[in-house]
Design a protein. Structure first.
Length: 209
């Protein structure tokens, strides 16, 4: 197909993918540059920016105590695609995470949370996360690229009752197995406070390799 110039925006209902087509075999390969149909996942080679809506409407901590690291909610799934010319990815590398709080949970000292990756999907709220890898929370030791070593301080848990407009930002610089693509928010401490009001927007920047 010849080059085409558009005077207005290019619109697509199903997202946008850039591909390569072999001039000899006609085989089509993915380049890794894509935007999904909702605009919530942008892939640039191995690098990705993905956004999720977070709601704790389905929790029941006001009536049943959650244990430390119990599932609050399953948020979604990280993307494992990458350019076909690269080796098959076996790891995620988590660059940066930003959680913007739009509606806080009820005020309570135990309204704390973490983010974890797991190879298991479908784990119900108030149930232990299966083989979780913590990527945000007090259980994380981040890697400092300035010294090429782990930091001497650790991360803090997410404060779910922080004021609306507050954000939690963290650059862990850590990896996780590619099979652990299911993203959960877990309890950062034993919790029996009402969390159902919490709403937020979560943006994760990560790579696959």
């Amino acid at each position: 197909m010849a080059n085409t110039t558009f005077s207005g925006p290019v619109r697509s209902e199903g997202g946008f993918n850039v591909i390569n087509k072999s001039t000899t075999t006609g085989a089509v390969t993915e380049t890794g540059f894509s935007v999904n149909s909702t605009g919530q996942l942008i892939s640039l080679g191995t690098r990705k920016i993905q956004t999720f809506a977070v709601s704790l409407a389905g929790t029941n901590a006001a009536s049943v105590t959650y244990g430390d690291n119990d599932v609050l909610v399953e948020i979604g799934e990280l993307n494992t695609d990458h350019p076909d010319a690269l080796v098959t990815a076996s790891k995620f590398f988590i660059h940066k995470i930003v959680l913007g709080i739009t509606t806080p949970a009820a005020s309570d000292a135990q309204s704390l949370a973490n983010l974890q990756l797991s190879a298991t999907s479908g784990t119900a709220t108030n149930t232990a996360i299966s083989s979780g890898t913590e990527i945000v929370g007090a259980g994380v030791t981040s890697f400092n690229p300035r010294i090429s070593a782990t930091d001497s301080v650790t991360e803090v848990d997410i404060d779910l009752d922080a004021s609306a407009g507050t954000f939690h930002v963290f650059e862990p610089n850590l990896n996780a197995a590619i099979a652990s693509k299911h993203l959960y928010m877990g309890a950062g401490a034993a919790c029996d406070a009402a969390l159902t009001a919490f709403r937020g927007t979560l943006e994760i920047e990560y790579s696959v390799y």
